[in-house]
Design a protein around this ligand. Sequence first.
Ligand code: NAD
Length: 512
Amino acid sequence: MSNTSVSVAAEVPALLESLGVARDSFTGGTLTVRSPITGELIAAVKEDTAAVAKAAIDKAHEAFKAWRLVPAPKRGELMRLLGEELRTHKQALGRLVSLEVGKITSEGLGEVQEMIDICDFAVGLSRQLYGLTIATERSEHRMMETWHPLGVTGIISAFNFPVAVWSWNAALAFVCGNSCVWKPSEKTPLTALATHALFDKALARFKAEGGTAPEGLSALIIGGREIGELLVDHPKVPLVSATGSTAMGRAVGPKLAARFARAILELGGNNAAIIAPTADLDLTLRGVAFAAMGTAGQRCTTLRRLFVHDSIYDAFVPRLKKAYESVPVGNPLTQGTLVGPLIDKGAFDAMQRALTEAKAAGGTVQGGERVNEAAGADAYYVRPALVEMGSQTGPVLHETFAPILYVMRYSDFDAVLDLHNDVPQGLSSSIFTNDLREAEAFLSARGSDCGIANVNIGPSGAEIGGAFGGEKETGGGRESGSDSWKAYMRRATNTVNYGRTLPLAQGVKFDV
Ligand code: NAD
């Protein structure tokens, strides 16, 4: 067990100020923030009133009208500068992610690296917002497709990727010519304040170097779900990208649909991996351990269900159990720790409830108990739980946002594919196999029904270059790489007649 006796509260104010956050924004407010590392109170953030939040949205709408006229490659320059600020402040912001969310050091830094990567991607994208020229059936006509900025992009984010999710959305939205209003998780306002301060630094440099950017281009609104609801309901927000639980998506999705606004929903996962007879078990062990226990099981892509072939079950599962027994749990800032704390008591209680349900459903539980209590009464560390289940039932069908891995046997490949897909969620998935037929079948139309399907790596730890998101109750949204940018723009089909006659489509005659 690593030592957790360090006070994190003392470190936070100076760290925030070094990132450009004014002290009065995180002191004396009503939104109290605890570090999950020690459970200490680390800040009291000022919350925005509904009036302030609405004014920020209105201002962002005005800003959009000016920003959409700035050439896209110039908009890309702002993202290049943001990437530079993030590079300069990577250590400090990564540290703050660790202090506020409890991620181990390399994961805190990794989250900032992901922000830098998407800024780089957005810079390139700013010169590649391509439309098409389309064959037309009419002579002396040209038909084409153009992409235009859309409007204010509302971003609602979850606690577990407190800054990367904003950047996945905002970097694309800004180069696409949109303004952004961000409602971060009420559990992680500090990293949001710091990120926005870095954005302001980049913006100041952009302007100092001759760039044109309107006031209110980017806004941060702090508060609970009611503040998020303002974004969802505001008629001047044509797109809301909302990341969080499926319950949140169920509330947000229909409201957006009712006013014909677009939604990018990035919701809960219940990710599985299949370990086939030919799997390289050393590689698989590492892949499973990271995917299931990394980030203390608090990734949307965390591995939660594991199907192990009968023929290797007894060779593999005891090794996995050993890894569960020995994985270092403790202060995430201490070198060597691999599993930090849960975010709060609510997460701990949900985990205990799921384990009780699993036992009632016939599961055999190893781990799951609270550990490292010396860290603080309000700090919740657990030993990751491995639960052997006879079938996919009870809590196995739900996402519990904690490190619980349900392990099940299988013998038939087609049957396990069915089981794999037989849950309400569809985010990420993996197969570990050296059998080409199984690997390809898993990736095929009859294979995994998830938005992400991998071979010989776990389901978690995506790169920004691919489109990220999932199907079914995961919400269907895609953000980050590939052509996800299209969701942040509106498409216009244009037909130009450069002749002197007016042929109508489909040969229609209408001579007046
Ligand atoms: P959460 O649903 O409690 O909160 C997410 C955000 O939604 C917060 O900012 C919250 O204030 C806001 N919110 C909640 N209800 C709202 C409403 N009715 N209207 C507007 N805003 C509302 O989620 P959480 O506990 O912060 O995060 C964990 C969940 O997020 C897990 O289910 C995880 O799988 C999911 N997640 C998904 C992805 C993905 O990309 N698919 C990524 C990260 C996290």
